[in-house]
Design a protein around this ligand. Structure first.
Ligand code: TIU
Length: 237
């Protein structure tokens, strides 16, 4: 980590400024998997237009680059199940009327199954060495994982959330994090939903009531705030 000990990053956000100590922040990139973002995956099997999520990729890449430059903690999550599906509840597999179910073979291999091409993270945001890759069986990233242990061990108190989909895995994770005492900022341009109305509602709910779950901001405001507090980022561009 760089010498950022005394810096305080102040990000314009809603419902009010989100302030964090850069030694205590982590970036969560939630479920940027081919299965949700690319054709032929789990998202499409549920009847969704997966192109609706792609707008979140480029802004997230910029934030990821910033965290990499600063050597701040980055955590990528992947929703999915063991190859033998022993951690898949029948309620999750059987619900609805998808064209393919979790574990079935699709164009990118077995849907939401660890080890398949579709389960892995898209190339644009692929993890690099030193970043945490967290496999999770549920929608929330704390359920059935060691995420809380990793964050506490790293002294993390503030989370910047990106990922898909806004009202499902991002929202579940934000709520789980908030209940555990983490301050969460969701970057609105770094998250996406198959449903525009759910995207809007989820972000509204999140920041309502004085920030009942947390803060909502943009990648531009975050990067500008980091630049202002830690000028060497700007110089290195
Ligand atoms: N279906 C949907 O919107 N999302 C999921 O099933 N998982 C995540 O959000 N990652």
């Amino acid at each position: 980590m760089k010498e950022t000990k005394n810096a305080e990053i102040r990000v314009p956000a809603e419902p009010y400024e989100f302030t964090f100590d850069p030694t205590r922040v982590a970036l969560l990139c939630i479920d940027f998997q081919r299965d949700f973002v690319e054709a032929g995956g789990f998202g499409e099997s549920l009847g969704n237009d997966v192109s609706t999520l792609r707008g979140a990729i480029a802004p997230t890449r910029k934030v990821l680059d910033c965290f990499r430059e600063q050597d701040w903690m980055v955590i990528h999550t992947r929703e999915g199940h063991r190859e033998d599906l022993s951690d898949l509840f029948p309620s999750k597999r059987d619900r609805g009327n998808p064209t393919l179910r979790i574990g079935d073979i699709g164009p990118m291999g077995r849907l939401l199954t660890r080890g398949s091409k579709g389960h892995d993270i898209i190339p644009e945001l692929y993890p690099i060495e030193g970043e945490v890759v967290l496999d999770k069986p549920g929608k929330g990233a704390f359920y059935g994982t060691d995420l809380e242990t990793i964050l506490r061990a790293g002294g993390i108190t503030h989370l910047i959330l990106t990922g898909v989909t806004t009202e499902v895995c991002v929202q579940s994770t934000a709520r789980e994090a908030n209940d555990r005492g983490f301050d969460c900022l969701i970057l609105s341009d770094c998250t996406g939903s198959y449903f525009p109305e759910f995207y809007e509602s989820a972000l509204h709910m999140f920041k309502a009531q004085g920030g009942i779950v947390g803060w909502v901001g943009t990648s531009t405001d975050l990067l500008t705030a980091v630049d202002a507090a830690i000028p060497e980022i700007g110089e290195s561009k």
